[in-house]
Design a protein around this ligand. Structure first.
Ligand code: ADP
Ligand code: MG
Length: 405
């Protein structure tokens, strides 16, 4: 999709609330004189473990990260239009809240989609003028789409309107997921919007996608750093393969549910049950299911190990998760495999691919004492092996979306 510079990212300093307010006031002097400028923010996310489990109603463990989308906004009273300018490219777009346009493969689809899902839920959305800046690289697998949605949600609604309808951070995440699924047309699970909405500084967030119960899991980041490595490789076949995996899981559930109607998702299936269907499910489908079932167990084990700071045990689980995504679910890539191999050559490092796969990023827990060696090895060896430039991003776990004042 379009969006100015290659990854939509601007300098961190340009995202300071005072700089954003000044940028909006300069462009919209009349609106700014009449209304109060607010700044909203929404972070990207990295998933520690629990991959391709969300749409199978399983467990995920993402953290919101300190790379984010921010907007300075000024509500426009009676004017029912939304107008946003991207600070990196100067590109402008907008829409009318009373005639929300269909998605057209553009960045404005995300705010428009959220306006649509909120209106449909009976919420009183408001027009606004805004400037938008981001430190979160787009389309790299760090969920810039969910960050765009959550920032839009906080811009479109007056907080009292949220309270009046009893909508909490999870409710906002669900409205944003619906925007992406139905309006934008990307059939993603709840993880991304959940993390961007409910993240907590210093923690990952455990989400049970069946019950929607969630809780904070403190990350042991005194001696280790949370590091994202961007493979810089295009996400080849991403969406068609993603949909194919979803369809395989759904077919398996349909076959199993014919015998046991209580089975609604792979969350309701254990390995012994899966084994019992060996004659009715093809080998590839059984491999996909085995990944999902075992991955849920790995999430719970990872939570236990993270809570006692046993990063060595976490590293083992990351290795098993990556191998399973590579060999059973078949969503890794040569580039992601290379990044994980290089990372795990640094002693004490946990590494795995993160996100949907077919390109995108890896997530790593790296001993702080080894950070320089890690970054150097990743950049040099990855370039030698693939001819591509990897990006090493040391991130902090951040709070979820909201108003900055
Ligand atoms: P991801 O969520 O992994 O970053 P997606 O393909 O789901 O990747 O979403 C990326 C899309 O979100 C971009 O193509 C663009 O339309 C929109 N987007 C994200 N960040 C920005 C930004 N800073 N400026 C403009 N558009 C953005
Ligand atoms: Mg996305």
């Amino acid at each position: 999709m379009s969006g100015g510079s290659a990854d939509g990212v601007i300098e961190r300093s340009a995202l300071e609330p005072t700089a954003l307010r000044a940028a909006l006031a300069a462009r919209e002097p009349t609106a700014a004189a009449e209304g109060e400028i607010r700044v909203v923010r929404a972070p990207g996310r990295v998933n520690l473990i629990g991959e391709h489990t969300d749409y199978n109603l399983g467990l995920v463990l993402p953290a919101a990260i300190d790379l984010e989308v921010r907007m300075a906004i000024v509500p426009t009273g009676g004017d029912r239009r939304v107008k946003i300018e991207l600070l990196d490219s100067g590109e402008r777009d907008g829409f009318d809240l009373d005639a929300i346009p269909a998605a057209a493969d553009r960045w404005i689809d995300y705010p428009a989609g959220v306006a649509w899902s909120m209106s449909e839920a009976g919420l009183a959305v408001r027009g606004f003028r805004a400037v938008l800046g981001s430190t979160l690289p787009m389309a790299s697998g760090l969920s810039s789409s969910a960050a765009m949605e959550l920032a839009s949600a906080w811009a479109l609604l007056d907080p009292p309107e949220l309270e009046a309808h009893g909508i909490d951070a999870m409710g906002l995440a669900q409205l944003c997921q619906r925007a992406e699924n139905v309006h934008v047309g990307v059939n993603s699970g709840l993880m991304d919007q959940f993390a961007s909405s409910l993240g907590r500084a210093g923690s990952a967030m455990l989400l049970d996608c069946r019950s929607l119960a969630s809780r904070e899991v403190r990350l042991p980041l005194d001696d280790h750093a949370l590091v994202v490595c961007d493979s810089g490789s295009p996400r080849r076949l991403g969406s068609s393969e993603y949909n194919a995996r979803r369809a395989q899981c759904e077919r398996a559930v349909a076959v199993i549910a014919r015998e046991d109607p209580r089975v609604r998702s792979l969350r309701d299936v254990d390995l012994a049950t899966l084994e019992g269907f060996a004659d009715r499910l093809d080998a590839e489908t059984r491999r996909r299911c085995e990944h999902v079932i075992r991955e849920n167990d790995r999430v719970l084990a990872a939570v236990d190990h993270l809570e006692v700071g046993d990063v060595e045990a976490v590293a083992q689980l990351f290795a098993e998760s990556h191998a399973s995504l590579r060999d059973l679910y078949e969503v890794s890539s040569d580039e992601l495999d290379a990044l994980v191999e290089i990372a795990t050559s640094i002693p004490g490092t946990a590494a795995r691919m993160t996100g949907a796969g077919f390109g995108g990023c890896t997530v790593n827990l790296v001993p702080r004492a080894e950070l320089d060696r890690f970054a150097d090895a990743i950049v040099r060896e990855y370039r030698a092996r693939t001819g591509l430039e990897a990006r090493v991003l040391v991130v902090a776990a951040a709070d979820g979306a909201g108003l900055m004042g």
